[in-house]
Ligand binder design. Structure first.
Ligand code: IDP
Ligand code: MG
Length: 150
């Protein structure tokens, strides 16, 4: 089944929003298959945001992500990559719809609380970067037959 990489950034952890953010994915019906608190190294931050390395905000972004712990997660479910991006909201929290995580809890694009993979291939790359295979747990929720028709 489809999986995505979700990270609660340092601002989300510092602001005590781990529970609120996890709850959104849990109550949607998605399945948590990996989760850890991480003090992100410079190297991991640079690899994770490699696609943005030429952007003017890159240095500040890496400094921010390495400044305080993050919660790294892998979630699973049908259509989860695109659905998670909708749950998260637009990159700039002021442009994010109310009801999204960034729309409800953020203001500044540099403090937008959460990361979610933007495509299936990106998700595969990010999951492999953050989680060795033995840290991911395949399990079936007892709610599955109440969430999926087939
Ligand atoms: P996304 O997180 O919604 O996928 P991206 O464009 O991939 O957004 O940018 C990655 C991250 O870089 C954003 O979540 C945000 O933290 C940061 N970022 C993006 N654009 C800016 C900017 O213009 N100024 C400061 N930080 C930015
Ligand atoms: Mg992105």
């Amino acid at each position: 089944m489809e999986r995505t990489f979700i990270m609660i950034k340092p601002d989300g952890v510092q602001r005590g929003l781990i529970g609120e953010i996890v709850k959104r994915f849990e109550t949607k019906g998605f399945t948590l298959v990996g989760m850890k608190l991480v003090a992100v190294s410079q190297e991991l931050a640079e690899q994770h945001y490699d696609v943005h390395k030429e952007r003017p905000f890159f240095a500040g972004l890496v400094k921010f992500i390495t400044s305080s712990p993050v919660v790294a997660m892998v979630w699973q479910g049908d259509g989860i990559v695109a659905s998670a991006r909708k749950i998260i909201g637009a990159t700039n929290p002021l442009a994010s719809d109310p009801g999204t995580i960034r729309g409800d809890y953020g203001i500044d694009v540099g403090r937008n609380l959460i990361h979610g993979s933007d495509a299936i291939e990106t998700a595969q790359r990010e999951i492999a970067l953050w989680f060795p295979e033995d840290e991911l747990v395949s399990w079936e929720s007892h709610t599955k037959s109440w969430l999926y028709e087939k």
